[in-house]
Design a protein around this ligand. Structure first.
Ligand SMILES: *Cc1c(COP(=O)(O)O)cnc(C)c1O
Length: 361
C-alpha cells in the first residue's frame, strides 16, 4: 500500500458536484472579484469564528502582513513570534519593515506560552503573533491578557487551526486579529490561493479593507499607507463557501486519525505522537517527535508511508536571518519532528495500515 501525506483530489471528489455548480455560477455571472460570493463568505467566516467581521485577502502571508499593519496602525518595531512555525510571520513582517524577535515554545505543545512570551517581550515589541501550530490552539487568552496589560496587540496565526476552540472561543476571535490561509492543503482549503483576517474592532476592520486594496479609503483615494493589492478571488470565495460547512466534521475526522496513531504507537520508544484530544486541536498535521527521526522516516518510507518535516529550519537559523538567540525547545523540535499522513478522506484501511507500521517500529 502507498499512503500519501495528503490527497487533494479526494477532497475535491467529496464535493465535486457542488463545487462544479458554484464555479459555473461564478463563471457565468461575469463578476470575478469582490462579488456576492466573496461578501457572503466574509460574513459566513465571521459568523463561524465569532468576530464582528472578516476581510478576504489574497493568501495567508498577506493576511499576516495586513493584520500586523492593521493592529499596529503601521507603527514599526519588533514583532515577537515563534521560530518553529514555518517562517511565515518572519516573511510577512520583515517585508514591510518590522524587526523580528523570537520566543521559545513549550516542550509538550510546541506552541508559545505566556511564560515564553513574557520573557522575550521588549520595549520595542509592537505586536505578538501567536501561531496555533499543527492545529493546536495556543494559550492565546493568557497571552492576550499579558500583552494587553502592556498595550501590545496580538495577532493569531490561524492558518493551521481553522475551527479550533478553546474556552468556547474560536481560533481567530481571541487576539486583536486572526490571520487565515486557504492554501489548498490547509484544513479549510480553496482550489488555489486565498486568505482572510478576522477582527472585531471596527477601526482594525476598516484599516484591513483599505490595506487590501491600495490603501484606498474611497475609490482612487489613498488614505492609508502600505496599501497592497491582495483580494480574495470570487471563485475561491465561492469554493470556500461550499467547504466551510464541512469543516467541523473534517476536523473531527483528523482528530480521530491522530488518536489512532497515538494508541498504536504507545509503548513504542522510537516515536511519540503529539495528542489531538479535543476541540482545541483540529489535527492539521499529525506530528510525532523522534530522537531517531531520519531512520524512522526511512522505515516508514520503505512501508510506502509518506512523511514530511514541518519545519526543518527554525526562523532564527534561516540563511536570511541568523538571529543571535538560543531557543532550546525550538531547536530540539526542529531536529525531531515528523508529520504522518492525515487528511479527512483517508480510508480506514489506510489509517489501520499506518497504525500497524507505527506499532511495529
Ligand atoms: C500556510 C501558512 C501560512 C501562509 O499561508 P499562505 O496562504 O501560503 O501564504 C502562514 N502561517 C502558517 C502557520 C501556515 O501554515
Amino acid at each position: 500500500m502507498h499512503v500519501p501525506l495528503n490527497d487533494l483530489e479526494r477532497g475535491y471528489a467529496e464535493q465535486a458536484d457542488e463545487l462544479r455548480a458554484v464555479c459555473q455560477e461564478v463563471l457565468e455571472s461575469g463578476w470575478y472579484v469582490h462579488g456576492p460570493h466573496h461578501d457572503r463568505f466574509e460574513e459566513q467566516l465571521a459568523d463561524f469564528v465569532g468576530t464582528a467581521g472578516a476581510v478576504g485577502v489574497g493568501n495567508g502571508t498577506d493576511a499576516l502582513t495586513l493584520a500586523v499593519l492593521a493592529v499596529t496602525d503601521g507603527r514599526r518595531g519588533e514583532v515577537l513570534t515563534a521560530a518553529n512555525a514555518g517562517g511565515y510571520t518572519t516573511a510577512a513582517a520583515a517585508r514591510v519593515g518590522y524587526d523580528l524577535r523570537y520566543a521559545d515554545v513549550d516542550v509538550d505543545t510546541l506552541n508559545l506560552t505566556p511564560t515564553t512570551v513574557e520573557s522575550a517581550l521588549t520595549p520595542q515589541t509592537v505586536a505578538v503573533v501567536v501561531t496555533h501550530l499543527y492545529g493546536r490552539m495556543a494559550p492565546v487568552h493568557e497571552i492576550k491578557e499579558l500583552c494587553a496589560a502592556r498595550g501590545v496587540p496580538v495577532v493569531e496565526d490561524c492558518a493551521q487551526s481553522a475551527g479550533a476552540y478553546r474556552r468556547g472561543a474560536a481560533a481567530g476571535s481571541v487576539g486583536d486579529a486572526g490571520a487565515f490561509s486557504f492554501y489548498p492543503t490547509k484544513n479549510l482549503g480553496a482550489l488555489g490561493d486565498g486568505g482572510a483576517v478576522t477582527a472585531s474592532d471596527p477601526a482594525i476592520l476598516e484599516r484591513l479593507k483599505e490595506l487590501r486594496q491600495y490603501g484606498w479609503g474611497e475609490k482612487y483615494v489613498m488614505g492609508t499607507p502600505d496599501g497592497a493589492n491582495s483580494r480574495l478571488d470570487e471563485l475561491q470565495a465561492a469554493v470556500l463557501g461550499v467547504r466551510l460547512p464541512r469543516l467541523s466534521s473534517w476536523n473531527a475526522r483528523r482528530r480521530d486519525i491522530i488518536g489512532c496513531y497515538r494508541s498504536a504507537s504507545e509503548g513504542g520508544s522510537r516515536l511519540r505522537v503529539l495528542p489531538a484530544p479535543d476541540e482545541r486541536h483540529v489535527g492539521h498535521l499529525a506530528v510525532a517527535l523522534s530522537d531517531d527521526r531520519d531512520a524512522v522516516r526511512s522505515d516508514l518510507a520503505a512501508a510506502g508511508i509518506a512523511t514530511a518535516v514541518h519545519y526543518p529550519v527554525p526562523d532564527h537559523q534561516q540563511p536570511i536571518n541568523a538571529a543571535q538567540v538560543a531557543l532550546p525547545v525550538t531547536e530540539m523540535a526542529t531536529a525531531s519532528v515528523l508529520s504522518l499522513p492525515c487528511f479527512p478522506q483517508m480510508t480506514d484501511d489506510e489509517v489501520q495500515y499506518v497504525c500497524a507500521a507505527l506499532a511495529s517500529l
